[in-house]
Every structure is written in structure tokens, then in C-alpha cells.
Write a new protein. Structure first.
Length: 378
């Protein structure tokens, strides 16, 4: 009997990392120019596209295929600090952290449990030091240049730009790859208090990795959680159970036996998701293609369900990604280079669907709907 469920991810418990955590960054290559390796966006929802497949030898070659895509809204991130790490036999150790002179309120909120009651003095003394004794800051930066091997920047999302209820920015460390340590630190300092667009990190057609917390399903039984088979209909005391949870001896329940418990809201990293398109803010034709010249942006008629309107830059990723909408999604440059043919073929988008995601969408734009419906009685 093949075992049910996968024991790879034990224990199946709720994650501590609501924003996906990057456990390892791509390998550094000093011959390349300095660049950032990760970005954070917010999941808006899904739609579908029609693509012409170019795959010689395949039955799909020169045919059109409908593919599901996910839209992730990616407002520019702000760099507010640089961290230097020293490589030790036991792994990396932080040597020093240098912050920018000014931090916005949305990132300061991240350092408080209770913002409205606090005096909001975080980093006020540090900002004063930056203004009055810049030589101290320069000395710390020089220490990073002298002793560190790994350089990461502290960057946060501009969450006020997407109209969610949340006001607290998501803060994360992003590794700087390429160039020597001096070049990395200078590159990081040049980004202080600057906006970094998603285009500066990723390109169209690239494959990226997604780190996120999956959708939560609460406390579930063994059928849903482990995929075991239901017992026969006539079973006494319920049938959505595991019939035998082990032998009499050893007088314990083995950790490999399926039991009820938490399902979902786990941290997962999914590799090699392809970017089909990068959309720009205020581009009214961001969802138009050469074959479909209708002037339309990516937001479907009536908005994305439970999300709303996409006003900032966005990424279109092929397939689905973990997490519910509005959830922060950490995107990282690929660690494992993809060799799949489908990841190197031309994208050839023919059509992007923007019909309503509530009910059976018939119209691609609001204008098309009004034209068809005519003047409606009040």
C-alpha cells in the first residue's frame, strides 16, 4: 500500500513567516555587474491568456494554447539600509548594519507593536548622528568594505501605494550579487532612499522562484490533510478516519501515521515560474497585444475579486502561486537554472482576458459592456 501524503514537510504547522522568507540566495558571480536578487509584490488574482506555442516537433507547434496566469502587483521598493556579513566556519555572521538618514513612517511602523500609542522616536537619534557625524557612518561603511564577504540591502515595500487596509511596510534583506565587495557596498549606498522598480530586478521571459505562505484551511481531518481513503459506509463511529494507527507494541503512535491537524498556511518555495509580462503603472494599454488592440489595462471588469484595482507596476506569472490574494509574495532570482524548452521559447501573447471574474464575464472592458447594454433605466 503506497503511503498517503508527503512526510517531507513535517511538522505540518502554521508558518512564522507570513511574508515568504528567502532561505538561500543565488550563487554570486563577481564577473557580472552589481544587481539585486529579490523583490516583494502582492498577489492580486488570476486570469488567463492565449499564447501561440513555438515548439518544433510538438503537436502544439504553431497552435494557440490557453494558460492560467497570476497577477502580482509590485509597487517600487525603497532601500533603507545595508548589512555586511562575514563568512565563518558556522555560516554567516552580521558584522555591521548601516541605515539611511531618513526612514518613512510605513517602515517605522514595523519596529513598533503599538504605533498610535508610541512616541514614534525610532531612528531619531540615528538620523541626528547621520546629519552631525557623517564620518561615523562612513567608518561603519568602510568596515563592511574591509571585512565582509556578503553584502545585503534592507528594502521595504511602499504599501501605501496599493490600497490595502495594512499600513505597515514589509521589510526584507536582499542580497547584492555581482562585482567585488567595494562595488557592492557603493551600489547599495547609491540606492539609499531611492525607489527600485521591479524592472531593475527581473526581465520578461525570466524564470523566478516564489516564496510564500500558502492559503490556510484550519484544522482538518485525515482525509483532507493526508489524502487517506475513506472507510466503508457501514463503519461504526465514523468513516473519515485511519482504521489502525499502529501495532500494540511499540506502545506509541509513530510520527509517520496520518493524524488530524493544521492544513495550509505553510511556508513553501516554488521554483522556476516564468514571467510572461511586466506591466507599467498608468499604462492604459498594459493588457493589449499585437493581435488584440483593444485599449485595456490588466484590471478585469469590476476589479480583481477581494483585491480591487491594480494601479502600480505588475508581473504576470505563468500558472498559480501559493498564498491568498493581498498576501506579500517574495520573488527571488532562480537558484536552479531551468533547462525546460517551454521556459526558453518566445512568449507570443495573443490575448489577455480582462472579463469580469465575478460570475460569467462576457465583456473585456467597461466601454464594451455599455455599448452592448445601451442606456439602462435608473
Amino acid at each position: 500500500h503506497p503511503r498517503c501524503g508527503n512526510l517531507q514537510y513535517l511538522p505540518k504547522k502554521r508558518t512564522k513567516h507570513h511574508r515568504g522568507r528567502i532561505r538561500s540566495f543565488p550563487r554570486d558571480d563577481a564577473s557580472k555587474p552589481c544587481h539585486l536578487t529579490a523583490f516583494v509584490g502582492y498577489k492580486a488574482g488570476m486570469t488567463h491568456v492565449v499564447r501561440e506555442i513555438e515548439r518544433p516537433g510538438s503537436k502544439l507547434h504553431k497552435k494557440e494554447a490557453v494558460e492560467a496566469v497570476t497577477i502580482v502587483e509590485t509597487p517600487p521598493m525603497t532601500v533603507v539600509g545595508v548589512v555586511g556579513y562575514v563568512e565563518t566556519p558556522n555560516g554567516l555572521r552580521t558584522l555591521s548594519t548601516v541605515f539611511a538618514g531618513h526612514l518613512s513612517d510605513e517602515v517605522k511602523r514595523r519596529f513598533y507593536k503599538n504605533w498610535y500609542r508610541s512616541k514614534r522616536k525610532a531612528f531619531s537619534k540615528y538620523a541626528k548622528k547621520c546629519a552631525e557625524k557623517p564620518q561615523d557612518i562612513d567608518a561603519e561603511v568602510q568596515r563592511i568594505k574591509d571585512y565582509c564577504q556578503v553584502v545585503r540591502v534592507l528594502a521595504h515595500t511602499q504599501i501605501h501605494k496599493i490600497k490595502l487596509r495594512q499600513k505597515v511596510a514589509d521589510l526584507l534583506e536582499v542580497q547584492v550579487n555581482g562585482g567585488d565587495v567595494n562595488a557592492k557596498v557603493d551600489f547599495a549606498r547609491s540606492l539609499f532612499e531611492q525607489e527600485v522598480n521591479v524592472e531593475k530586478v527581473f526581465t520578461e521571459g525570466e524564470t523566478i522562484d516564489i516564496c510564500s505562505a500558502t492559503r490556510g484551511h484550519g484544522y482538518q481531518g485525515v482525509i483532507s490533510r493526508w489524502g487517506v481513503t475513506r472507510l466503508p459506509r457501514k463503519t461504526h463511529r465514523g468513516l473519515r478516519k485511519v482504521a489502525c494507527i499502529g501495532a500494540w507494541h511499540p506502545a506509541r503512535v509513530a510520527s509517520t501515521v496520518a493524524r488530524a491537524g493544521q492544513k495550509g498556511y505553510f511556508h513553501r518555495t516554488e521554483i522556476n515560474k516564468r514571467i510572461l509580462r511586466i506591466g507599467h503603472k498608468d499604462d492604459s494599454k498594459s493588457a493589449s497585444t499585437e493581435a488584440d488592440l483593444t485599449e485595456k489595462s490588466i484590471t478585469p471588469v469590476g476589479g480583481f475579486p477581494h483585491y480591487g484595482i491594480v494601479n502600480e507596476d505588475w508581473l504576470m506569472l505563468k500558472g498559480c502561486i501559493g498564498g491568498s490574494r493581498k498576501r506579500p509574495i517574495t520573488m527571488r532570482k532562480s537558484i536552479v537554472t531551468s533547462t525546460r524548452r517551454s521556459h526558453t521559447e518566445p512568449i507570443n501573447l495573443k490575448f489577455i482576458d480582462t472579463s469580469s471574474k465575478y460570475g460569467h464575464g462576457r465583456f473585456q472592458t467597461q466601454e464594451e459592456k455599455q455599448k452592448f447594454m445601451g442606456t439602462l433605466a435608473k
